[in-house]
Design a protein around this ligand. Structure first.
Ligand code: NAD
Length: 357
C-alpha cells in the first residue's frame, strides 16, 4: 500500500503530520513517501506540481493531500499558482468523482448555525462530478459579440457540456454509494432551463433502471440549496455536476458548523484517490499550532476505506475521533464553554491514544 504524502502550504504541513502520526499508529504495512506541492513546490522548483511529485502521485495507491495556497502567490501567472497543482492531479489521475460527507457529530451539534433538531444525526454524502461541466467545456474565452443584447461589445463565454459516459459513470458511483447507506439518491439539475441538465436527468434516470433497490429523486439546484438548510436530514446521497456540486458541497459542509471537521475524497475508475480536508491552507492561522487536524485525519480514514480496502482501520480512526470529541477535547475552531482547548499536535496525539485504548 503506497501513499504519496503531499502536505502543501500553510496549515497543510501541520495537519498532514497529525494524519501521518495516526496512520503510523495503525501498524499496517504502508509505504509513505512525501513530496512538495503547491506554493512550497513553486518556491523550491518553480512549479506547483513538479514532475517528480506528479510521478509519485501516479505511482501510488492514494494521495494524502494537505492544502495549497497563500496570498503571496496571488500575483503569479495562473498556471503557476498553487491551486493549479490540484487541478493537475485531478486531470492526470482522472479523478472524476468527489465525495464530501457532511456528518454532524453529536458532540458538535452546537457548532452549527442551524437549530440542533435540524442537524443532530445529520449524515449526508455529496457526490460531485469533477472533470466536466462548464469548468472545463470548450470553447471559452473573450470576444466581440456578434449577437445578443449588445452586438459589438466585448463579452466572455464558457461552455457547459456533459457527455453520456461522463454522466453514466458518476450516476453509477452515486447509486453504488447509496446501496451502502440509506438507498436514496437525489440527482440535482437545472433541467427546467439548461439542455445539458435535461440530458443529465435523462441519463441518470436511465442508469437508475439498474438499481431498482435505490430510490431516485430529481431536484432543481435552486430548490436543493433551499432544502439543504431547511431539512438537510431528508437527503442521503446527493449527486450533481461540477459547478452545482462545488457550491452545494460547500453549503453542506457548513451545516456541521466547522470546516475543520470535513474530509473529502476524489476517486478515479481504479479507486485510486486523492484525500484532503475540505478547507484550504488557512494562512491566517498557519504556524500557530492551532489548526484542527481532524478533517485530514478523517480524510485518511476515507483513504483506508476507498483506496486501500482497509474498512476496519477506517472505522478505528472514525471511532477514535468520536472518542476524543466525547472526552471534550477541542481545537479553537470547535471550542465551546465547558470543553478543553487543545492545539493541533495535542489533538493528533489524543486520536492516537484513543486508537490504542
Ligand atoms: P481556508 O479554508 O483556508 O480558510 C477559511 C477560514 O477557515 C479561515 O479563517 C481559516 O483559519 C479557517 N480554517 C480552515 N481550515 C481550518 C482548520 N483545519 N482549523 C481551523 N480553522 C480552519 O480558505 P481561504 O482563507 O479562503 O483560503 C486560504 C488559501 O487556501 C487560499 O490561497 C486558497 O486559494 C487556498 N485554498 C486551497 C484549497 C485546497 O488546497 N484544496 C481549498 C480552498 C482554498
Amino acid at each position: 500500500m503506497k501513499i504519496a504524502v503531499l502536505p502543501g502550504d500553510g496549515i497543510g504541513t501541520e495537519i498532514v503530520a497529525e494524519a501521518v502520526k495516526v496512520l503510523n499508529a495503525l501498524d499496517l504495512p504502508f509505504e509513505m513517501e512525501s513530496a512538495l506541492v503547491g506554493g512550497a513546490a513553486y518556491d523550491a522548483h518553480g512549479h506547483p506540481l513538479p514532475e517528480a511529485t506528479l510521478k509519485l502521485a501516479m505511482a501510488s495507491d492514494a494521495v494524502l493531500f494537505g492544502a495549497v495556497g497563500d496570498w503571496k502567490y496571488d500575483t503569479l501567472d495562473r498556471p503557476l499558482r498553487p491551486e493549479q497543482a490540484i487541478l493537475g492531479l485531478r486531470k492526470h489521475m482522472g479523478l472524476f468523482a468527489n465525495f464530501r460527507p457532511a456528518i454532524c457529530y453529536e458532540q458538535l451539534v452546537g457548532a452549527s448555525s442551524l437549530k440542533p433538531e435540524l442537524i443532530a444525526g445529520l449524515d449526508i454524502l455529496i457526490i460531485r462530478e469533477l472533470t466536466g461541466d462548464i469548468y472545463f467545456g470548450q470553447p471559452r474565452g473573450r470576444r466581440i459579440a456578434t449577437d445578443g443584447h449588445f452586438p459589438g461589445a466585448e463579452e466572455a463565454f464558457d461552455t457547459m457540456r456533459y457527455s453520456k459516459p461522463e454522466i453514466e459513470r458518476i450516476a453509477h458511483v452515486a447509486f453504488q454509494a447509496a446501496r451502502k447507506r440509506n438507498k436514496k439518491v437525489t440527482s440535482v439539475d437545472k433541467a427546467n432551463v439548461l439542455e445539458t441538465f435535461q440530458f443529465w436527468k435523462d441519463v441518470v434516470t436511465e442508469v437508475h433502471a439498474q438499481y431498482p433497490d435505490v430510490e431516485l429523486q430529481h431536484m432543481y439546484v435552486d430548490n436543493a440549496a433551499m432544502q439543504l438548510v431547511k431539512a438537510p436530514k431528508a437527503f442521503d446521497v446527493v449527486v450533481t455536476g461540477n459547478m452545482f456540486g462545488d457550491i452545494l458541497s460547500d453549503e453542506a459542509s457548513m451545516l456541521t458548523g466547522s470546516i475543520g471537521m470535513l474530509p473529502s475524497a476524489s476517486l478515479n475508475t481504479k479507486n485510486q484517490g486523492l484525500y484532503e480536508p475540505s478547507h484550504g491552507s488557512a494562512p491566517d492561522i498557519a504556524g500557530k499550532g492551532v489548526a484542527n487536524p481532524l478533517a485530514t485525519i478523517l480524510s485518511a480514514a476515507m483513504m483506508l476505506r476507498f483506496s486501500l480496502n482497509q474498512e476496519a482501520a477506517a472505522l478505528r480512526i472514525e471511532t477514535a475521533v468520536q472518542r476524543v470529541l466525547a472526552q471534550g477535547l477541542r481545537t479553537p475552531d470547535i471550542y465551546s464553554e465547558g470543553t478543553t482547548k487543545v492545539g493541533t499536535s495535542q489533538m493528533g496525539d489524543a486520536v492516537v491514544n484513543a486508537l490504542r485504548a
